[in-house]
Design a binder for this molecule. Structure first.
Ligand SMILES: [Zn+2]
Length: 671
């Protein structure tokens, strides 16, 4: 009497990817309902089971579906949008601004469906995602019929789906509550990364993950820059830092881990954390080479991920597995490193274990869900075949198979693709919808890229609007008389500061764009001469001057000021100026009141280029009438300080530098 099952796969080369790397040829797998009930030699399985449908696999490889251990599936809609950039410019300059503008539940659903189509074709049956509106990723995935760990993003910046981190945390909580017992979806919480989250967010997300016993999916130690920043700020590397915030108490899935040492690997192992290695993404963004072999030797569950399709740019796991093996060999200078069997193990059972769902999927074993694929190894690029060793089959899959060789995909006992035809998705429809969105994004970016101001606004953060500036500037020979004069009656000093100013001016092809100034102020402690604080700001200075007052006071110009949260290098790569000029000055600055009006009095020594001393009196206001009134006071103040006889300069420092350079050039040509 045979046992009745739904599907019996026969005549296959079965790669179980189980603990013993068991293979069967000709092998068979019996599937009943959503699960695998038997795996073994065809002859034995056939004796025990009869099925509604028996499939002759024709010598194809039958193996567990691949596990994409880290991705951002809706980003299929941003594929090819911005490439060949550094991670921060790519993320903060392009991805996040576009996402803030376009990402919606509809966007996420469409992007997910597209990604599912691509992933099924690539033999992926499970993916681990992190994005916004993750509930809609989960919904679309469940409709398609794939398995996924879906992580709702939480971070310190306003996100497309949440104005604050508290909002996204609440979304994550409700999402987890609703989806906790779904047969295909494992809900999770995703604090984006240590550099986009506060310590408080890391703690709160870890608490949430623990409360519901769900995975916590995050990016850790992706770049050397990230590690350096965490070290500078907290005095410890990334893994100890997140451990301190309680993150490792949750079921962590850590994407990347490119820059971690053996001590950090042991911390991750101790915490039963999974790691997702992303070969293409790390190569494309030049993040470095993850110490994969060392992590595996430590005993960590390391899976393989494609990362998002905007940083890869595809979701082809066959390519990732092959690259993982190649990179491990090249980076250790050892061709025996990460053999094909282990590379494939990472993409299957180890990957599932890294996602904390090893009990459900990742290998062909009785009791596990029926997540499996058929791979045709007969095409020209993969022939002939050898059976001399068990390793031959792994080599065929890892080194020569292509995603297009995947012919059939089953998830949870249900067919998603048969004979290369997708059964739960309409690709043509999805592609047509994607083209419409791509066109809108294109238009948005084309417009944005035309103006320095709109690029500045796109970076987010607070932006101070246009204002009127009153400015009087005089070239002086010495500073002492001014310092003395500041004690005269009528002047009240509120505070005094001393700092070094580094200004870098960006110039653009079209002068009407204005010029962008990156200013870094190093505040100095005059007692010790040490730097006590550093402040960086971006100012967009309009080209147009509103006018002059009494021929010596510069009245106004448009200015947009934003705090500079990124590095000078970031802004250089993001704004792509045509040219730049650096100015350094040593500044003594007093905030005073004169005539019931606050003024800044600056005594500047131009250090680079060396152009002597200047006295500057400044104040800002938001109305033109008030500006004129204050300009009058500024002129008077100049007289009180005994400097009204000096050479008036109605220019900014950058103009002074320009004119000085022009004078020098003229002088040279005259000689
Ligand atoms: Zn990622």
């Amino acid at each position: 009497m045979t046992q009745q099952v739904n599907t019996l796969f026969t005549n296959a080369l079965v790669l179980t990817m189980d603990e013993n790397f068991n293979q069967y040829f000709p092998g068979a797998v019996a599937v009943k309902g959503d699960s695998i009930v038997a795996v073994g030699n065809e002859e034995e399985i056939k004796k025990e089971y009869s099925a509604q449908e028996t499939i002759d696999c024709n010598g194809k490889i039958l193996m567990p579906g691949l596990i994409n251990a880290h991705t951002h599936v809706p980003m299929t809609l941003l594929r090819g949008l911005a490439d060949d950039l550094r991670l921060d410019v790519w993320l903060m300059g392009y991805m996040m601004p576009v996402e803030r503008e376009f990402v919606s539940p509809d966007f996420v659903r469409l992007g997910t469906m597209l990604a599912c189509a691509e992933q099924i074709r690539s033999g992926i049956t499970t993916f681990n995602d992190m994005y916004y509106y993750e509930e809609h990723v989960a919904e679309a995935t469940a409709i398609v019929g794939m398995r996924a760990v879906c992580g709702q993003t939480v971070m310190k910046f306003p996100a497309p789906d949440a104005a604050s981190y508290e909002d996204s945390l609440q979304m994550a909580r409700e999402f987890i509550q609703r989806w906790k017992d779904h047969p295909l979806i494992v809900p999770a919480v995703s604090p984006h990364a240590p550099y986009t989250c506060t310590a408080e967010i890391l703690r709160a997300t870890a608490d949430l993950a623990k409360e519901f016993d769900v995975p916590l999916h995050t990016h850790l130690a992706e770049t050397a820059f990230e590690v350096e920043n965490v070290r500078n700020e907290h005095g410890i590397p990334v893994i100890p830092y997140v451990k301190k915030q309680g993150l490792l108490e949750a079921k962590v899935i850590a994407a990347h881990c490119v820059h971690i040492d053996t001590g950090e690997m042991r911390s991750l192992l101790h915490a039963h954390a999974g790691v997702a290695h992303n070969p293409s993404s790390n190569l494309k963004l030049a993040s470095g080479f993850a110490p994969v072999v060392k992590m595996l030797e430590t005993g960590l569950n390391v899976g393989i991920g494609t990362d998002g399709p905007a940083s890869n740019n595809d979701l082809d796991m066959f390519e990732e597995v092959r690259l993982a093996a190649f990179i491990a060999k090249a980076s250790t200078n050892d061709p025996t490193s990460l053999p094909a069997s282990w590379a494939l193990l990472m993409a299957t059972r180890l990957g599932a274990q890294a996602l904390h769902i090893g009990h459900l999927t990742g290998s062909l074993e009785p009791g596990k869900r029926a997540d499996l694929i058929l791979v045709d190894i007969s095409p020209v690029h993969n022939s002939p075949s050898f059976k001399r060793s068990a390793d031959n089959a792994y080599a065929q899959v890892v080194y020569a198979s292509k995603s297009t060789d995947v012919s059939d995909v089953m998830v949870n006992g249900k067919w998603l693709m048969r004979a290369h035809k997708l059964l739960t998705l309409n690709e043509d429809e999805l592609l047509a919808q994607a083209a419409v969105i791509a066109k809108k994004i294109d238009t948005f970016l084309i417009e944005r890229e035309q103006s320095v101001l709109s690029k500045l606004i796109a970076l987010g953060g607070s932006l101070e609007q246009e204002s009127f500036e009153v400015q009087v500037k005089v070239k002086i020979a010495e500073t002492d008389p001014i310092v003395q004069a500041l004690q005269r009656p009528g002047i009240e000093v509120i505070r005094k500061r001393h700092y070094r100013e580094h200004d870098v001016y960006f110039f653009f092809d079209d002068p009407s764009q204005g010029r962008l100034r990156y200013r870094e102020d190093d505040f100095l402690d005059d007692g010790k001469g040490t730097v006590t604080n550093v402040r960086a700001r971006l100012t967009l200075i309009g080209q147009k001057r509103e006018g002059k007052f009494e021929d010596q006071v510069l009245l106004s110009r448009s200015r947009y000021i934003a705090p500079a949260a990124q590095s000078l290098r970031f802004y250089r790569e993001y704004f792509k100026p045509k040219s730049e000029i650096t100015i350094e000055k040593d500044r003594l600055r007093w905030l005073i009141t004169y005539n019931n009006t606050e003024f800044f009095v600056n005594l500047d020594q131009m250090a680079e280029p060396k152009l002597g001393y200047y006295l500057e009196i400044k104040t800002r206001t938001w109305s033109r009438r008030d500006a004129e009134r204050k300009a009058q006071f500024a002129s008077e103040l100049l007289a009180v300080l005994g400097a009204s006889g000096g050479e008036k300069v109605t220019e900014d420092y950058i103009d002074i530098v320009h004119s000085a350079a022009a004078r020098r050039a003229t002088h040279v040509s005259e000689v």
